[in-house]
Design a protein around this ligand. Structure first.
Ligand code: M6R
Length: 609
């Protein structure tokens, strides 16, 4: 969703802000803008559309400056337009604000401010912040911001500058993320760490209710009441190279190809072939507590929800604990029942998804054990959960989640084996065999990736279609859902994922020659059932592509096309069946000329409800 970048220091500020905005593009946006103060004079430029359009409008300008803000806007209040794009100004044009989130009481504030004589020029909720700061401004920007914050209801991360209180950026957080970058004689503020990496790896994450007053010679932290805070910087493990395309046409393709390494990194230090065990001491939930668990509830959204669904099969099968998987956006409003023996696992790549965070906060009132599976260290969900199991996927820039999905499944597989060991539902030999199978997965994914051209060739045949059905059963049912989501997200083709056994209860009515089916058919406990489902589709002249084990010769007579994958333990087939579906969605979208990394209307991290 919206992205904020701010800078104060000696570098050439306009290109720096533009570069920062480009690194925030993946979050999703529909307009962009910058504001820079140069020798006390404010320079502001905004556009509806992409950052390269903003860049074009800046061509030939000779603006430099000492401090400034940039913003990518994902419209919530007011259509995408130049007037609604950020930064926003007060009546005097001396106070400038950028904002991520929603000000829920903005209509009340707008009415009040209008009655006091303020004039509004946009339809946004953000503009009220600029006018509130104007109302309270005397001589210090931070004091005015602090007073304005008291009036705001909702979720927000803001940054403000002024030409009247120079060389200062004031940032505040109550909801969406905000991180301060501490460089050598320069400071930055950003919505995430990606734009900071090329300047510094030393950062301070703001917590809710905290402000940063950033000057060219240092940063001061305070709470919303003005009380000083001591917040030491921490060093990031991510580096700037991780957010480059490195020769790939799209980030999504690069991230699909990174999956073998991501899985190795996620297993590293957590599995031991010598002892045949999974060691998750890092999660800070003791084996004694885990042994007592009688129920697991996994909460997530989107692709993370699909990983959670897959994790359910693993945990139930291996650890013999009952698992419920819930959409965070629904669960947060349920009168749910949890007891002290429940383990609540929240799965989120970004760790900032508003619904997942709200569901976590709601469940915490009942005091169950909470465990976050997150990719972004120090994200809100990671910080607010009792334990954290990090997915070591590195930064994911493509809006469509790929490598983080595999990493989430890997983390859930480790959790399932860990629980099973603690609960003694598997013996040491079974544990060792599972770990050995898991360890072979990255190489098997490499084998699939080496034959990506098979999937690319097939993709060309299906570009003209408008609808697609994805079928899977048992542990591959979530993969059918995920495969369909990938195709929808990036190619804008209508795709539905179904459990094979559900076909005859309705969806089979859709089958004709215009509705192809992607069937996920590894040799597992439901293989024969899937074959029956395939026959039912074939009888209705539906075209079928199957993802199947390469040694499965029988399947070739039953379907039209086969994407072969290596065989593996049936519990781990999703790691392999996922990859061709990601590639298939990618190639279809790329052939169609779609904006693969930044699909329309989507945001990487959904920080508003
Ligand atoms: O950051 P999260 O994992 O919490 O995000 C959840 C969803 O918004 C996300 O998975 C979304 O569905 C992606 N676009 C999937 O490709």
């Amino acid at each position: 969703m919206c992205g904020i970048i701010g800078y104060i220091g000696p570098k050439n500020i306009v290109p720096l802000l533009i570069d920062g905005l480009k690194k925030l593009e993946y979050r999703g946006y529909d307009s962009a803008g910058i504001a820079v103060v140069d020798s006390g004079k404010l320079y502001l430029q905004r556009v509806k559309g992409k950052i390269n359009e903003l860049e074009s409008t800046l061509e030939g300008e000779t603006v430099s400056g000492q401090y400034g803000l940039g913003h990518t806007r994902w419209a919530t209040h007011g259509r995408p337009s130049e007037e609604n794009a950020h930064p926003h100004r007060d009546c005097t044009g001396s106070i400038v604000v950028v904002h991520n989130g929603i000000i829920e009481n903005y209509l009340t504030l707008k009415k009040m401010l209008r009655e006091e004589g303020h004039e509004f020029v946009s339809e946004t909720d953000t503009e009220v912040i600029a006018h509130l700061i104007e109302k309270y401004f005397e001589d210090k920007l931070e004091v005015a911001v602090q007073k304005a914050l008291k009036e705001l209801e909702g979720d927000f991360a803001i940054s403000a500058i002024s030409t009247k209180d120079k060389e200062k950026i004031v940032a505040a957080k109550s909801g969406p993320p905000a991180v301060v970058g501490i460089g050598e004689g320069e400071y930055l503020i950003s919505s995430d760490i990606n734009p900071l990496l090329s300047h510094t790896q030393d950062v301070v994450f703001l917590e809710d209710g905290e402000m940063a007053i950033i000057r060219k010679d240092g940063v001061e932290f305070r709470d919303f009441d003005g009380k000083p805070l001591d917040k030491p910087a921490e060093r990031l493990a991510w580096n700037p190279l991780m957010i480059e395309k490195r020769g790939y046409k799209h980030f999504m393709l690069k991230e699909i190809f990174e999956q073998p390494q991501v899985l190795r990194d996620t297993f590293e230090g957590r599995i031991s072939l010598d002892s045949g065990t999974v060691n998750l001491g890092e999660i800070e939930i003791s084996p004694t507590n885990l042994r007592e668990i009688s129920r697991v509830v996994i909460i997530a959204c989107g692709t993370s929800y699909h990983a959670a669904l897959m994790g359910r099969y693993l945990i139930e099968t291996l650890a013999r604990v009952s698992v419920d998987v819930e959409y965070a956006s629904e669960y947060r409003y349920r009168d749910f029942i949890l007891d002290q023996n429940s383990l609540v696992v929240v799965v989120s790549q970004s760790g900032e998804t508003a619904d997942t965070l709200a569901a976590l906060r709601a469940v915490k009132k009942g005091n169950p054990l909470t465990l976050a599976i997150c990719n972004v260290i120090n994200s809100s969900i990671a910080r607010e959960s009792l334990g954290v199991l990090s997915t070591h996927a590195g930064p994911e820039i493509g809006v469509a989640a790929t490598k983080t999905f595999s990493a989430q499944m890997a983390a859930l597989a480790l959790l399932a084996i860990h629980l099973a060991q603690i609960k003694k539902t598997i013996d040491s030999q079974e544990s060792l065999a599972l770990i050995q199978d898991l360890q072979r997965i990255p190489h098997k994914i490499e084998m699939i990736l080496n034959e990506a051209d098979i999937v690319e060739k097939l993709a060309w045949d299906f570009v003209p279609f408008s609808h697609f059905l994805y079928l899977g059963r048992w542990i591959n049912f979530p993969i059918a859902l995920e495969g369909a989501l990938k195709l929808k997200e990036i190619s804008y083709m209508h795709a539905e994922g179904y459990a094979g056994g559900e076909m005859k209860h309705g969806p089979i009515a859709l089958i004709d020659e215009k509705m192809p089916t992607m069937a996920i058919v590894p040799k597992d406990r439901v293989y024969d059932k899937m074959l029956s489902n395939i026959s039912e589709i074939k009888a209705r002249v539906g075209h079928i592509l199957a993802v199947a084990f390469q040694e499965d010769e029988d399947i070739r007579d039953r379907v039209d096309d086969v994407i072969p994958i290596p065989s593996t333990n049936q519990l781990f087939t999703p790691f392999l069946t996922t990859v061709p579906l990601q590639l298939f969605a990618y190639y279809i979208a790329a052939i169609r000329g779609a904006d693969v990394d930044q699909p329309r209307n989507l945001a990487k991290s959904v920080t508003v409800e």
